[in-house]
Write a protein that binds this ligand. Structure first.
Ligand code: HAM
Length: 417
């Protein structure tokens, strides 16, 4: 038997219905913030992620699905959405004449070769959004508020935003030097990867999974102590705006995020201090790094699978429809045409209608009525049909109504919903 690949999932049944429900809520709230929908390709040139996400990140070093295609090109399955959206932004020259920010959202599968466990998959979905063209701190606040409100609309009322600032380039350089000074004397205590990271990218030591519990990490320098005045003022402004918007946040000085492109604002969404349900931040240098002009950006991505798990764990009540409006049974082939005609007509009117497609006995058809949890049933029979009549039965009250076949739609409209 060929089985599914490790770290992938088939999505079906109630799980699929929950996803459709979540999709609708997320799409609706994005539209309220005036973000428009975008899809980018599943695979891109490897260089996009190597340059964009960062050569020394765990993601690029250990987690990407890289391969050569038949034309000998280096290809990577996207591990995250931001780099692809930035590529789209540059390729379509959307930076010319920017009088308003470019705001897009996506809902896409991502691929990371990680050790699978609950909430960590190799194929997973991110709902995310990016805003280009403004460095205004109000844009950061809006991006955070959209994430916060989305989780709450999904019924996760207790989420907290963990917030930190990495500062501007000058602050980051100061912080980088402080990290090198701090870790250098102890470098032998750290893993081989961290030894490499020390000179290349010391920030990445802080999110090393191997050394996470090392005592050294606890007392490591904090970004906020190395912010210059401008970056500090910016961070204070952001916190004021979040206070105004009544957003539940906590400053987490340890938060640095695992991707290289961030500056200033970084944030994650957590529930009960467990793993991150989503994360994002500002990336003012990324468009330039990927070959465009200097255009600021800020965005966020929700871990869709983790969010749905959290909704289940928190007992969020998702309105799942597990019933249909009408099941039409028929006795013989001669009633089949009427079944086809009525099903077509009623479905176009918006009703969920099912009829027998497997030439089942009447008894077996009645079992389907129960299995589909039909609100009404009709046993189509030639005798009634000759007079243009049908008898509709309410499966709960058992009440029966005989009516003209042409009145069925109106009756269901008044009673079924
Ligand atoms: P990220 O923190 O790498 O950020 O991923 C965002 C979220 O995706 C995580 O918080 C987590 O919930 C979910 N996630 C990550 N890896 C997995 C996995 N293996 N299985 C299930 N869920 C996972 C980014 O990807 C950035 N592009 C976010 C961003 C957008 N920043 C600015 N704009």
């Amino acid at each position: 038997m060929i089985t599914k690949q490790k770290g992938t999932n088939d999505i079906y049944g109630d799980e699929a219905k929950i996803r459709l429900y979540v999709n609708d809520i997320l799409a609706a709230i994005c539209e309220k913030y005036n973000f428009t929908y975008i899809e980018t390709p599943v695979f891109e040139a490897s260089e996009l992620f190597h340059r964009g996400v960062g050569e020394t990140t765990d993601m690029v070093q250990k987690e990407t699905y890289d391969f050569k295609d038949r034309g000998d090109r280096d290809i990577t399955l996207r591990p995250e959405g931001t780099a692809g959206v930035v590529r789209w932004f540059i390729e379509n020259k959307l930076y010319g004449n920017l009088t308003d920010p470019v705001k897009v959202y996506y809902n896409m599968k991502m691929y990371r070769y990680e050790r699978p466990q609950s909430g960590r998959m190799r194929e997973f979905t991110q709902w995310g959004y990016e805003c280009f063209g403004t460095d205004d701190v109000l844009a950061d606040a809006e991006v955070i508020s959209l994430a916060y409100n989305a989780y709450r609309l999904l019924g996760l009322d207790n989420v907290t935003i963990k917030l930190n600032s990495l500062g501007d380039t000058e602050s980051r350089v100061a912080y980088r030097n402080a990290l090198i000074d701090y870790f250098k004397p102890h470098i032998d205590e750290l893993c081989e990867d961290c030894k490499q990271r020390l000179e290349k990218n010391p920030l990445r030591i802080l999110d090393c999974k191997v050394d996470a519990d090392n005592e050294l990490m606890k007392n490591a320098p904090k970004t906020l102590d190395y912010l210059n005045e401008e970056s500090k003022t910016r961070f204070e402004k952001l916190k004021d705006l979040l206070d105004m918007m009544d957003i539940n946040y906590e400053v987490d000085t340890k938060l640095v995020r695992g991707l290289d492109y961030y500056n200033h604002t970084v944030f994650e969404v957590v529930l009960n201090n467990s793993y991150a349900l989503g994360g994002g931040g500002r990336y003012n240098g990324l468009v330039e790094t990927l070959g465009g002009p200097s255009v600021p950006g800020v965005g966020f991505a929700m871990g869709y699978d983790r969010t749905i798990l959290a909704m289940k764990e928190e007992g969020v009540n998702v309105p799942i429809n597990n019933s249909i409006d009408l099941y039409m049974l028929y006795i013989s082939d001669s009633e089949k045409e009427t079944a086809a005609y009525l099903a077509q007509d009623l479905r176009l009117q918006g009703f969920i209608v099912e009829t027998d497609l497997m030439q089942k006995s009447l008894k077996a058809q009645f079992k389907s009525v129960d299995r589909f949890n039909a609100k009404y049933l009709i046993v189509l029979n030639d005798e009634e049909l000759k007079e243009n009549k049908i008898t509709l039965k309410d499966t709960v009250t058992k009440e029966e109504h005989q009516m003209n076949i042409n009145d069925l739609g109106d009756y269901l409209y008044m009673n079924a919903k």
